[in-house]
Design a protein around this ligand. Structure first.
Ligand code: EPZ
Length: 435
């Protein structure tokens, strides 16, 4: 099977307007939450991603009927079904862990293994399991399989040692089905959590404070499915704005949510971009010289997002001066830096700090994506680089971006996705035989 590659010829200023897709990191917990709501749920603005298809497979295995038509996902929940998530489905993505809370909430039992997803360092699930134990769940591990069971789920006061996005979401989903009140302190505040609470409250739940550090959930309400639109993807939005910042020119995003991007837009303006906002449209223009940013530290929302760290590093490679980037959320999220150096970037990495000294221009090269946002960062750098860049490892991009190559093309970037043959031999092997 020939691999597909992304071929980008950079060096020209961008000019284009694109629509921002629905948020991957909201659509996935939302789909899991549908297990808690009887009857039919219809999600709109769902991005067409391999992770969404993986979530659909898990829902079908758990007794739901999940139908994907374009950007609409219809889920019919009979309320009955299994509680085991096969290892292959758990390994497909990190978000498979988001089924723990809703499966326990609806089945009072869940059998699962460690989730997969981007390798950003050891991504333990200890806080997920600790939170479930505090709600009355007994967990037994055998040969890597975790058997979680609760006679009944009880509300609890759970203080998170770190404001984990996934753990906050799992607690909310278990708490809506638990008896009594659950209070989460030091909760994550990401907009995706507000989106999840918005859906569950529209189904009849009583969740207060989502998006703030203290969330209070009154459990035991009967939840009925409804129609719900997924919020815009703030990281996809930043991907396209960073392409405009790196290559220069003018780009416009439709269907964005500017208020989710305040910390990011401020950094782009600091770097010398002009940013305009009109309703759900964001305009970016960069015609002057890019300026370095003395120090950027990734932080939980509303701080600078870890998911934008790779993207902004690609922009800063050709900024005048030296920028310091500190990654505080994940232990190993600099894999893209070595690939940027293959394109001529001047970067020094020490532990969780990267020093990026701007160069006059990057050069096209043959590079490989090691994770989702790192792969997107290589494409951002390629849009600015002189010459042609070939990006391998597109399966990472397909997990989080709908029609990535087409969107880049619509921004005015010479981007095309093609089959890649490692050798002429392989190419001839795959040619249809003359009969
Ligand atoms: C979510 O991952 C996002 N994924 C990530 O986006 C994002 O980078 C991350 O939040 C932080 O914003 C989805 O929503 C599907 P965490 P999540 O739990 O929930 C540690 C992308 O590119 N931790 O907030 O897994 C963990 O190791 C992806 O779209 C524990 O130690 O992130 C990390 O250091 C990448 N034990 C920190 O907490 C646990 O039980 C924050 O992780 C759980 C997490």
């Amino acid at each position: 099977m020939a691999e597909e590659i992304l071929r980008i010829r950079g060096g020209l200023p961008l000019r284009g307007e694109v629509t921002v897709q629905g948020a991957k990191n909201s659509a996935l917990p939302l789909m899991a939450a549908a297990l808690l709501c009887s009857g039919e749920t219809c999600f709109t603005n769902v991005p067409q991603l391999t992770d969404v298809y993986a979530a659909s497979r898990i829902l079908n295995r758990l007794g739901c009927r999940c139908h994907i038509t374009g950007n609409t996902v219809r889920i019919v929940n009979s309320g009955e079904g299994g509680c085991e998530i096969p290892d292959a489905d758990m390994r497909a993505m990190r978000s498979s862990i988001m089924f723990l809370g809703p499966v326990l909430g609806s089945r009072k039992e869940c059998i699962l293994t460690m989730p997969g997803g981007c390798e950003l360092g050891p991504r333990p699930i200890d806080l997920h399991l600790d939170a479930m134990r505090q709600m009355g769940v007994r967990i037994r591990s055998l040969d890597g399989v975790m058997h979680c069971k609760a006679g009944k789920l009880c509300g609890a006061h759970i203080h998170l040692p770190i404001p984990s996005v996934g753990v906050t979401e799992n607690i909310i989903m278990a708490a809506v089905a638990a008896e009594g009140e659950t209070v989460i302190t030091n909760a994550a505040c990401e907009p995706e959590i507000t989106d999840l609470a918005g859906y569950l409250n529209a189904c009849g739940a009583a969740i207060c404070g989502a998006g703030e550090q203290t969330v209070v959930i009154q459990g035991g309400k009967k939840l009925t499915g409804t129609e719900y639109r997924v919020m815009p993807d703030r990281i996809a939005a930043m991907t396209y704005l960073c392409a405009g910042a790196a290559a220069g020119g003018a780009v416009c995003l439709r269907d964005a949510e500017p208020k989710h991007l305040e910390s990011c837009l401020a950094v782009l303006e600091q770097a010398g971009c002009t940013v305009g906002i009109c309703g759900n449209r964001i305009f970016l223009d960069r015609s002057g010289t890019l300026r370095s940013i003395r120090y950027i530290k990734t932080m939980p929302y509303p701080g600078f997002p870890t998911d934008v760290q790779a993207l902004i590093s690609a922009v800063l490679c050709t900024a005048r001066g030296t920028s310091l980037l500190e990654e505080t959320i994940f232990e190993n999220r600099f894999k893209h830096m070595s690939e940027l150096m293959r394109m001529g970037a001047d970067i020094r990495v020490s532990g969780r700090i990267a020093a990026i000294s701007g160069v006059k221009s990057l050069n096209g090269a043959d590079v490989s994506a090691a994770d989702l946002r790192g792969g997107a960062a290589l494409a951002v750098a390629a849009a600015a680089a002189e010459g042609e860049t070939v990006i391998h490892g597109l399966h990472h991009l397909d997990r989080g971006y709908e029609n990535f190559a087409e969107t880049f093309h619509n921004l005015g970037i010479r981007a095309e996705r093609v089959s890649f043959f490692a050798s002429e031999h392989e190419k001839s092997r795959l040619k249809p035989k003359k009969c």
